[in-house]
Ligand binder design. Sequence first.
Ligand code: HEC
Length: 179
Amino acid sequence: MMRPASPLFLAAALAVGLPGGAFAQSWSDQPVDPSADHPNVPVAYEDGGRYYTEDDIPTYNIAEDGTVDWLTFSGFRRYHSECHVCHGPDGEGSTYAPKIKNSAVHMDYYSFYDTVVNGRANGNSVMPHFGDNQNVMCYLDDIYVYLKARGMDAIPRGRPAKKDAKSDMIQEMEDACMG
Ligand code: HEC
């Protein structure tokens, strides 16, 4: 049985820095309150069909009638071809891998990226690295914004019914990335 960590233990662990994913992994266990302020969520501007926060972090945009931006839709598809085998449908997590819909809200964008590019291992719990996989790397923003939308309950589970068209700019970036 696990005892709750004492504040003293937490302070010591923070000071030393726990190895492995022991701390980072807990992002997925932290519930998301969609009504709270999450600085990596609100749209500040749009650029060629892609949406960004005021810190230039990619984010999702869901219209009142439920139409999702292209990246969110694309992320749904890419997630389910590359990540769902471990992380479960709709980012809900599995007995094997964490609930990354929550991680996408709580984790810093660059740490999220870094985890996917380089992978991570915590004993037998292994997140593979995808840095050399174009089918992931060229669509990582898509996967990230899709998961963030799921974490914030901005979209229901399953395939988004309505989506924006793919913009020319998104197409051009994809072609350039896929080479
Ligand atoms: C082979 C199984 C597997 C696949 C496929 C996989 N993951 Fe993971 N992932 C894991 C495991 C296991 C962990 C937990 C690692 C640990 O304990 O540190 C993890 C952790 C993560 C984390 C850190 C979560 C947190 O809260 O710290 C992110 C982000 C992540 N994965 C994203 C992805 C994305 C995006 C994809 C698809 C491109 C993906 N993973 C595909 C097994 C997988």
